[in-house]
Design a protein around this ligand. Structure first.
Ligand SMILES: NC(=O)c1ccc[n+]([C@@H]2O[C@H](COP(=O)([O-])OP(=O)(O)OC[C@H]3O[C@@H](n4cnc5c(N)ncnc54)[C@H](OP(=O)(O)O)[C@@H]3O)[C@@H](O)[C@H]2O)c1
Length: 367
């Protein structure tokens, strides 16, 4: 994926003070979800969509629900001078090549992939099989630098996001897991941790793969990533930053499962607490943690993935299993919204000084 070297007129003129954005990887599931939500964002104009191999394709061709958009796919991003922000929804390793140029041009970047989520450059060859070309942009690399990446989970990094120029939007599993665990982590309650998570098949992207075929996933459930899923270091990084015991972080076990559904993700977190805790303590802890959060709701009972479908909402539910003495904390999200496009827009709103909920409140449950 490249950026045009010569300026060319953008497809749409600037309207008032609207923020002009482009979407890279617009033909993928996350890219299309960005088009869906940003098309109705009151302060944004989408001026360009880009993807590999699909030049001049109307976005409504692969996604008929986006047919009202006149935008066509381009092979490269237009000249960055006309862009205020670029949302990137490319496979891992692809954003790392284009982000430095965008940041140098003063364009705000919101990356949905993992290329700027991890603070430790050595984690990239270990988990993603590439050497990071711009370690100076990774979170925490340079103190107080306006261009180092901020991990885009507003519930954990809201203040940093307010001035972010490079936002590394979290993975879908880390979003549900960290929202389910953050109150326990902040309170030093996590002694031992197992996360058992389930995702709909859109989490694997739109590219054709044998294991994503209907005949393979329908009426079937499968664990994968045994021995180490790529989202593990990201969860460990954030749990560590929240003050979780180092032994609990190192010994954390994460097992994802693929479910026979299109959207939705549930993280069921099994925690051996560091001290005795009551159900009332847990309820009070979660209520206090999420009282003012616009998109996190403490559920009254174990939530289903369907209760957040299509919305930017996360629902969390802590409970105490009295017989084992363990806490079970559950988080559910729509992997394509709070787990990707919606959350990215929530962080973008913060970064550009808009109310955090702009363009996101109207998203339907049960679309
Ligand atoms: N799916 C989720 O639930 C989810 C949640 C959070 C984060 N993410 C992250 O978001 C990113 C996009 O995920 P996705 O599910 O939307 O994937 P996807 O459906 O496979 O879409 C990937 C997009 O990137 C383009 N692309 C693929 N390979 C490319 C390459 N080598 N060079 C340039 N462009 C390429 C594709 O273009 P073509 O149409 O031409 O193939 C498509 O537009 C990934 O980093 C993923 O980890 C996904």
């Amino acid at each position: 994926m490249t950026i045009a070297q010569t300026a060319r007129p953008l497809t749409q003129p600037r309207e008032g003070n609207r923020i002009r954005v482009a979407i890279l990887g617009a033909t993928g599931y996350v890219g299309a979800e960005l088009v869906r939500v940003l098309s109705r964002h009151p302060a944004v104009t989408i001026v360009a969509l880009a993807a590999r191999n699909r030049e001049n394709l109307a976005i409504g061709d692969p996604y008929p629900h986006l047919a009202s958009s006149e935008l066509r796919i381009e092979a490269e991003l237009p000249d960055t001078a006309g862009l205020d922000a670029v949302f990137i929804a490319l496979p891992h390793g692809q954003a790392a090549g284009v982000v430095p140029q965008l940041i140098a041009a003063g364009t705000r970047v919101i990356d949905m992939g993992p290329d700027f989520r991890l603070g430790d450059p050595a984690a990239y060859p270990a988990w993603y099989a590439f050497d990071h070309p711009s370690p100076e942009l990774l979170p925490g690399a340079v103190e107080d630098s306006p261009t180092t990446a901020v991990y885009g989970l507003p519930e954990l990094h809201r203040d940093q996001l307010r001035s972010a120029r490079l936002i590394a939007s979290p993975g879908c599993y880390p979003t549900a897991t960290l929202l389910a665990l953050a109150p326990l982590a902040r309170d030093g309650l996590i002694g031992e941790l197992v996360v058992d998570a389930k995702s709909g098949v859109s989490g694997a992207g739109r590219e054709a793969k044998l294991e994503s075929l209907f005949g393979e996933i329908n009426e079937s459930v499968r664990a994968y990533g045994l021995g180490g899923h790529r989202h593990l270091p990201e969860m460990q990084q954030e749990l560590r930053a929240l003050g979780t015991d180092a032994g609990a972080v190192e010994g954390m076990l994460f097992v994802p499962h693929l479910m026979p559904m299109t959207r939705g993700l549930m993280a069921t977190c099994h925690v051996r607490p560091t001290r005795p805790v009551s159900s009332d303590d847990l309820a009070a802890l979660y209520r206090a943690a999420y009282l003012d959060e616009p998109f996190v709701e403490v559920a009254a009972e174990a939530p289903a993935t369907k209760s957040v479908t299509g919305s930017n909402r996360a629902r969390v539910f802590p409970s105490l299993d009295a017989r084992s003495g363990r806490i079970v904390a559950i988080g559910v999200i729509d992997n394509l919204v709070k787990g990707a496009a919606g959350q990215a827009i929530q962080s973008f709103n913060l970064a550009v000084g808009l109310p955090e909920t702009t363009g996101l409140e109207q998203l339907a449950l049960y679309p």
